[in-house]
Design a binder for this molecule. Structure first.
Ligand SMILES: Nc1ncnc2c1ncn2[C@@H]1O[C@H](COP(=O)(O)OP(=O)(O)OP(=O)(O)O)[C@@H](O)[C@H]1O
Ligand SMILES: [Mg+2]
Length: 409
């Protein structure tokens, strides 16, 4: 595996033009002089970022790492990541995820085995500068990454260190800041940005380096839902451009967004596979809504358990089954998790009521009625259990109370 000689092409976004200004990744001493020449070369070669998706760009072979020289934090890691993959790296606290990330751009060097990144051996000092351009890391706390007095100064820091011509630095900075939507804040002190804005600024700083692979280490964990969504959207666009994305997260809801999920456990890889495999194998924590979907499937409801992870979509998915399905046929003699899960749905509906736009005539009332009925059923559950012989009668009553074809008034 050899490193790409030239930068590769984005094709969809506003940052695409900046991509054409990619650094040549050879070891040339005259990077700045060669830049304009590279630009024209890039025109023809830039298409390749989305090509050769099968190329392995990260290969860990028996990788081990120890901070103190004795107790290993990473143990015999063997894994491959392919070009353009979107990998979620998850696992318990202290399992070595961040340590692995730091190994990727040689901030840490292997204590055992080998780590090759875009064909570069991370153990070799001569590969350092190329590795730092090829793989960039965005950390959980963006404020620790800032070095400039303004956003634009901060974003310019990386390209300045690459000794690029001034006009190219300006162009990269403009593109990167525009890409993350911070144009209006470019003169603000990054230390005064909100958490979400600060994370965007940190991403812009990384983008200005135009890396092939970006590691996001728990970048959304301190953000509110809206800011986290904004960051995810930016990451999705970067992935669409063909960049290799490694997203480190504890949030099980993230897993469905990835091409592949890798789970670390005590410094080893305990699972690597598709999100569907992860869910089917119960390889780690599952999103709450996925658990709910699994429960519905277990009760005979033909839902896609790798489907939505937000309550609204899940509810929409299961709604057709709520009217006629399991509840009427449920064996109430058996203590079942179903009621707990329905309670979760109920909580969601209460939240929904508080935030609902009542000016809009909505089907939600029908759903609320259904949930009210469920509550009644729930209350009655105990007494049904006492008298199992009444089950048939109860079912009859239920069916009357809860007809199969409820109208959406
Ligand atoms: N600079 C360091 N010096 C010594 N030990 C460290 C250092 N950084 C991390 N460790 C140790 O290495 C182990 C793995 O830490 P690491 O931060 O890689 O885990 P993680 O999976 O990223 O955890 P988290 O999910 O909490 O971020 C932990 O036991 C931690 O204490
Ligand atoms: Mg970590």
């Amino acid at each position: 595996m050899t490193p790409p000689e030239n930068p590769e092409k984005n094709n969809n976004d506003s940052f695409d033009d900046a991509e054409n200004l990619n650094m040549s990744q050879n070891e040339s001493q005259n990077e700045s002089q060669n830049e304009s020449q590279n630009e024209s070369q890039n025109e023809s070669q830039n298409e390749s970022r989305n090509e050769s998706q099968n190329e392995v760009v990260i290969r860990a072979s028996g990788l081990g790492f120890s901070y103190d020289g004795s107790e290993p934090v990473l143990k015999d890691i063997n894994l491959e990541i392919r070009k353009g993959e979107y990998v979620i790296l998850t696992g318990k606290n202290g399992s070595g995820k961040s340590t692995f990330a730091l190994c990727l751009n040689a901030l840490l060097k292997p204590s055992a085995g080998k780590l090759e990144v875009f064909g570069l051996d991370t153990a070799s000092s001569k590969n350092l500068s190329r590795l730092r351009k090829t793989v960039c890391i965005v950390f959980q706390n963006p404020y620790m990454q800032f070095v400039g007095d303004t956003v634009e100064e901060d974003v310019a820091f990386g390209p300045e260190n690459l000794a690029l011509p001034r006009d190219e630095i300006v162009r990269r900075v403009d593109e990167a800041i525009g890409f993350v939507g911070l144009s209006g804040l470019r003169l603000q002190d990054p230390a005064t940005l909100s958490g979400g804005e600060a994370q965007c600024a940190a991403i812009a700083g990384v983008l200005a380096m135009n890396p092939d692979c970006i590691v996001f280490d728990e970048v959304t964990s301190m953000l509110d839902a809206e800011s986290a969504g904004r960051i995810r959207h930016i990451i999705d666009r970067l992935h669409k451009d063909g960049r290799t994305i490694i997203f480190i997260s504890h949030d099980p809801a993230e897993i469905l967004r990835a091409d592949r999920v890798i789970v670390f456990d005590k410094g080893t890889v305990s699972f690597s596979g598709t999100p569907a495999d992860y869910i089917e194998n119960g390889a780690g924590a599952l999103p709450e809504m996925t658990k709910l979907l699994i429960m519905f499937r277990e009760h005979g409801c033909p839902v896609d358990i790798c489907g939505p992870v937000n309550a609204e979509d899940v509810f929409r998915m299961i709604r057709p089954y709520l009217r006629s399905w399991e509840i009427c046929n449920h064996d109430w003699s058996e203590k079942s998790a179903i009621m707990t899960d329905l309670k979760n749905l109920q909580s969601w509906l209460i939240w929904k009521i508080c935030n609902h736009d009542w000016s809009e005539k909505s089907a939600i009332m029908t759903d609320l009625k259904i949930m009210r009925n469920l509550k009644t059923i729930q209350k009655s559950e105990k007494s049904w259990q006492k008298n199992k012989t009444d089950t048939a009668l109860s079912r009859k009553k239920l069916k009357r109370r809860w007809p199969d074809n409820g109208s959406d008034e």
